[in-house]
Design a protein around this ligand. Structure first.
Ligand code: FAD
Ligand code: AMP
Length: 471
């Protein structure tokens, strides 16, 4: 008999959610994770809790308060002299949040009787995992099923090798001890924009270099264009079509050479963040060695129910690709756990929401106009600007809009795109509406509390049929 019904490798949002759901369903479950805090103790929660979603949002919130005090407080009648930012205190707050949340996962594991191992896992057979602890001790566990949730790591580029001092990845950028005067960022994806925003709000001169000609190429064009305009107003210098070709470090500064449409250009900065994407993490896992298929981009290949090419071994989260987002991985994990318990389980990839936590926030679910045009699907659009929202005006940020796209013939919701304050929260209603296969009319007939930002969704839904009240 195997030691466990299920071994989960990785305790990021994909792995820990899976382990908890497996345990809830009565499976004897172990979870192995190698992450440790500076004291060498386990720090569950993976990239998301340790160096991703949570710490970035903690710093975004701190920097937002600082920017608010500098630029908007006076209009509220709030006077503040000698405003200062204490970077060490800001980082300590962020670290405390990480500590509370990572310890919370350990408590959840205990509550659900999940056996947690700290160490690096390697698949030795299709039913056996070898764990190497931090002190080098090895242990072997067996299981009926194994779930790989080893996540992803930042892509490194040889033209800008990270050195933890001058050139850093996203983890390094979340740990700056002082504020760089001039900050460069390579990559204008979600991570580059969020980290660039943090330091821009605190007063750094931030330049973001992006190789692609379009800003946020996968977002709705009107939303992306408006977002770029807003970020420019905030002083974020975003160069599109700027392909970084080399970096040199001399005299305490970094020279970044890039090629744009016109010529070769140079940017001189004090720190450089490399945010050019993330790649699947299968290093040392032994997956390929036991016959698990890995594709050309390094992602583990999966079939229905996220089963790998070896029966009984599943893979979920960033390591299999698709949207590299925490909630995508968690939902996949729950789906696998319920499948193992013999339940009918499915996950709807069409309704995975995307969020970028800039100011204004950007959030969407479903299709963009561009995708629908390319697919030859006829659609109609309702658009409502936050400028016309009473709640947005009271709040003090009227930038952005809600755009709702519905199928022309059936009125079925196909995509909802939001640029604005709290878009990350507002998108939940949009996800639910699309998940329930609602029509724009359903949203238009749903009563929204006044005054709320969510009224903008209501108005945009009315707008699909040309009957907005406030615009
Ligand atoms: P991970 O979170 O990467 O966890 C994998 C775990 O497996 C890690 O703990 C790792 O140490 C462990 N592991 C790997 N190999 C082994 C092994 N051989 N043995 C034992 N353990 C192993 N996503 C969002 O949805 N919203 C956001 O706002 C957001 N913000 C982000 C901000 C930043 C700066 C970054 C970097 C990422 C952000 N992401 C965000 C992405 C999100 O963090 C990832 O999509 C998510 O963490 C993936 O979850 P996962 O469980 O698949 O992998
Ligand atoms: P994401 O994958 O969403 O995190 O975004 C990473 C971004 O970095 C992509 O938009 C890439 O186009 C961009 N990128 C990758 N390599 C370079 C480079 N050498 N110079 C500038 N931008 C780059």
């Amino acid at each position: 008999m195997a030691d466990y019904n299920v071994i989960v490798i990785g305790a990021g949002p994909a792995g820990y959610a899976t382990a908890i759901r497996c345990a809830q369903l009565g499976m004897k479950t172990a979870c192995i994770d190698k992450w440790s805090n500076p004291a060498g103790k386990p720090s569950l929660g993976g990239t998301c809790l340790n160096v991703g979603c949570i710490p970035s949002k903690a710093l975004l919130d701190s920097s937002h308060h600082y920017e608010f005090m500098q630029t908007q407080a006076v209009a509220h009648g709030i006077q503040c002299e000698n405003l200062n930012i204490d970077i060490a205190a800001m980082q300590a707050r962020k670290n405390k949040i990480i500590k509370i949340l990572t310890q919370g996962i350990a408590i959840l594991f205990k509550k659900n009787k999940i056996i947690s191992f700290q160490g690096t896992a390697r698949l030795s057979t299709d039913k056996q995992v070898e764990i190497t602890a931090l002190d080098g001790h090895k242990k072997t566990l067996t299981a009926d099923n194994i779930i790989i949730a080893t996540g992803s790591v930042p892509v490194q580029i040889p033209i800008a090798p990270t050195d933890d001092k001058w050139i850093v990845d996203s983890a390094g950028a979340l740990a700056f001890e002082s504020q760089p005067k001039r900050l460069g960022v390579i990559g204008a994806g979600a991570i580059g924009l969020e980290l660039g925003s943090v330091w821009n709000r605190l007063g750094s001169q931030v330049t973001i270099l992006e190789a692609l000609p379009d800003f946020l190429a996968t977002a709705d064009r009107k939303i992306a264009t408006a977002a770029q305009r807003e970020m420019k107003k905030q002083g974020l210098n975003i160069h599109l079509g700027a392909n970084v070709t080399s970096t040199t470090i001399a005299n305490d500064e970094i020279t970044v050479t890039y090629q744009d449409k016109k010529a070769e250009q140079k940017l001189i900065v004090d720190k450089l963040i490399v945010a050019v994407g993330r790649k699947p993490n299968t290093e040392g896992l032994g997956a390929a060695e036991i016959g698990i298929e890995i594709n050309a981009r390094g992602f583990i290949q999966v079939k229905e129910h996220r089963e790998t090419t070896i029966p009984g071994i599943y893979a979920i989260g960033d390591v299999i690709g698709g949207p590299m987002l925490a909630h995508k991985g968690s939902e996949e994990g729950v789906m696998v756990a319920e499948h193992l318990a013999g339940q009918l389980s499915k996950m709807s990839y069409e309704t995975v929401p995307y969020v970028i936590y800039t100011r204004p926030e950007i959030a969407w679910v479903g299709k963009t106009e561009e995708q629908l045009k390319a697919a030859g699907i006829e659609y109609k659009v309702g658009q409502f600007p936050f400028m016309a929202s009473g709640r947005a005006r009271a709040y003090g940020d009227t930038s952005g809009m809600v755009r709702i796209i519905a199928e022309a013939q059936t009125d079925r919701l196909l995509g909802i795109h939001i640029l604005g304050t709290s878009a990350s929260e507002l998108i939940a209603e949009a996800v639910l509406a699309i998940e329930l296969k609602s029509s724009a009319e359903d949203l238009a007939r749903t009563i929204h509390a006044h005054p709320t930002l969510s009224e903008a969704i209501h108005e945009a839904a009315l707008g699909v049929d040309g009957r907005m009240i406030h615009a």
